[in-house]
Design a protein around this ligand. Structure first.
Ligand code: URA
Length: 245
């Protein structure tokens, strides 16, 4: 592919911007200065730098953000900051989208991608990809509450009761819940339907992938191939239970 097209595909600007960057000697490919925007390169494994900032060619962007509270999953937020303000311009230029949404006050694992098939797979309830939440409740957690959530609770506008795929108490007020769907305010509505109330909500896993402990609040990172594989589908890939605390 021609170098200016590669740069454009990686979010470095318009076609014209990318041609200019190359002509004005801002771009090295595999450590060598390139000044011809039309020079052809094999994209696979290509490493390049722009003004000293290193990049690796990626056909699609797959990344994870540790979402802080107080951020909306929207490009045009109404009342809070946007999660997109935590990403660099190159990713915004690539038009990455949130893979599912979290409420503004929910923290934890939020995926982004510009791969439509990946987004569809991870947002379709049919694919049965478990989303794991740690919930702090207003009222103590009883065995009956856990049983009720596992058996299914009826939510308004739902044709049938929605069961949790897994549910267990972590402490007197905290529980861990795995759900297949990603319906609007689902966890909050499920707890309310079971006569409790969510005080705080944190998503810690999707499929078999667990939010890395070293990804600090507000930080993002590219997903490695083994992490993408861990996002796979099905109960056999549910994350291992987290330690009680
Ligand atoms: N369920 C909710 O109620 N809120 C979220 O942010 C995610 C799941």
């Amino acid at each position: 592919m021609q170098l200016f097209r590669i740069l454009q595909s990686q979010g470095l600007g318009s076609r014209r911007d990318c041609r200019d960057l190359i002509r004005r000697q801002h771009v090295l490919c595999d450590g060598v200065l390139v000044t011809d925007p039309e020079q052809e390169f094999d994209c696979e494994n290509l490493r390049f730098s722009v003004d000293g900032q290193a990049y690796r060619y990626r056909q699609y962007a797959y990344l994870v953000l540790h979402k802080p509270a107080g951020y909306e999953c929207s490009r045009q937020p109404r009342d809070h900051l946007s999660v997109f303000s935590l990403l660099p311009e190159t990713l915004l230029n690539r038009a990455v989208q949130c893979v599912g949404r979290l409420d503004q006050d929910t923290t934890g694992l939020l995926l982004f991608s510009d791969d439509g098939r990946f987004i569809h797979t991870h947002t379709s309830p049919k694919k049965q990809i478990g989303k794991t939440y740690q919930v702090t409740c207003k009222h103590p957690i009883t065995p009956e509450l856990v049983e009720q959530l596992l058996a299914g609770v009826q939510l308004h506008d739902e044709p049938a009761p929605l069961p949790a795929r897994q549910c267990r108490a972590l402490s007197e007020y905290r529980l861990e819940l795995v759900i297949n769907e990603g319906k609007y305010h689902q966890v909050k509505r499920m707890l309310a339907a079971a006569s409790n109330r969510v005080e705080s909500l944190h998503r810690c896993g999707i499929g078999g992938y667990v939010l890395p402990v070293d990804l600090t609040v507000g930080a993002w990172k590219w997903l490695a191939p083994d992490e993408l594989a861990a996002l796979k589908i099905g109960p056999e890939n549910d994350p291992p239970p987290s330690p009680k605390s």
